[in-house]
Structures are given as C-alpha cells and as structure tokens.
Design a protein around this ligand. Structure first.
Ligand code: SF4
Length: 189
C-alpha cells in the first residue's frame, strides 16, 4: 500500500487552521444558529523567514494582514526547528511592532552629546566616504618580504545570523574586492 506523506503544514492548511487564520464554523452549526453569522476569517498572508536572534537559525512563518505583521511563529517545515521556537524567537513580533524601534537614521558627531536626525542618502554617502578614507589610510600593497597582497587591515566585517547563504556570498565578494581580510560571522562567534 502506498503511504502518502503529509507535512504538518499541509495538514494545518487542509484542516483550516493554518498560521494566523481562525477556525471556521461548520455550515450545520451556522444553520443551527450556534455561532454568529458574520465573517470570522480574514485573509492572512504568510512568508517564511529566519529568526534574527541567534546562530541556530530557526525558521519562522510571518503572518501579515493589510500590510502589518500580525503574527510570527515557528515554521513546521523548517528542518532546524520543525515549528519550535525558544522564548526569544517566540517573542519576535515585538521586534516589528515596537514603539521603541528606531525608524530614522540618528547621527552623533564626534564630541557631540546630542543625536541628529539624518536621511539615508546622507548616511550612505557618509559610510562610503569613511570606508574609502579608512581603506586608503590602511592600504597594504606588499608585505615586508615584498609579497603583493593588496589588502586593508583597517576595516573588519561581522555578519549577522539572519544573513542567508546567498547574502553571505555577495558580502564576501564585495568585501574581498575592497581588500578586507578580517571577515567574520556571528554564527561562528
Ligand atoms: S528561536 Fe531561539 S534558538 Fe531559534 S534562532 Fe531564534 S533565538 Fe535562536
């Protein structure tokens, strides 16, 4: 006999209790007047992502409604956590919906005590200028033995646990092209 494999997500979808949605009353229950006749179910979008907290890299399902994140829970199809989340990951919703979340660029000039609001164009130009200046000031073309290395030891880079393999690949390409040698990832720390 051929055993059909049904994933936990397939089961949840088929049974109408997929992420962020609500149980629907049966037509028999509606007809019997056992439940109020108003729409109980709203369309909740789902996208998968990786928990931003630590290097375990648990998979999450993010539920969205009308452009807002309304739910984050463990992804039952993810091979690492199989639907489970620790207490930090389970509280991820508060990262998104949090009045204390910074939404603007803040800059504190050297020696200043106050923060200034800046726009992203200003910030990106400033970051690029500082990278260029630091790279130029610390450029090593040859070692003491005369070996050509073309590198800078004045800048280091640390990636985050939510970076995907593809993002890491692009990061390393760009960083090596700039001559960086000190490249680390939070997952290894
Ligand atoms: S859910 Fe917990 S264990 Fe999993 S990645 Fe997030 S912080 Fe780490």
């Amino acid at each position: 006999m051929c055993a059909m494999r049904v994933s936990r997500r397939d089961f949840l979808k088929a049974s109408g209790i997929a992420t962020g949605s609500l149980l629907l009353p049966t037509s028999a229950a509606l007809a019997a007047g056992e439940v109020p006749r108003f729409p109980l179910r709203k369309k909740v979008g789902e996208v998968t992502t990786i928990c931003t907290y630590c290097a375990v890299g648990c998979g999450q399902v993010v539920g969205t409604l009308a452009g807002e994140v309304v739910n984050i829970e463990g992804d039952p199809d993810h091979p690492i956590n199989q639907g489970a989340l620790c207490s930090k990951g389970a509280a991820s919703l508060q990262i998104i919906n949090n009045p204390k979340r910074l939404t603007k660029v803040l800059y504190r000039a050297p020696g200043a005590s106050d923060w200034e609001e800046k726009d992203w164009d200003w910030a990106l130009d400033r970051i690029a200028q500082n990278i260029k200046a630091t790279r130029d000031a610390n450029w090593i073309e040859k070692t003491a033995e005369g070996k050509t290395v073309n590198r800078t030891e004045g800048i280091a880079f640390v990636g985050g646990s939510q970076n995907t393999n593809e993002e890491c690949y692009l990061w390393v390409k760009a960083l090596r092209a700039m001559g960086l040698v000190y490249i680390e990832h939070q997952a290894r720390i």
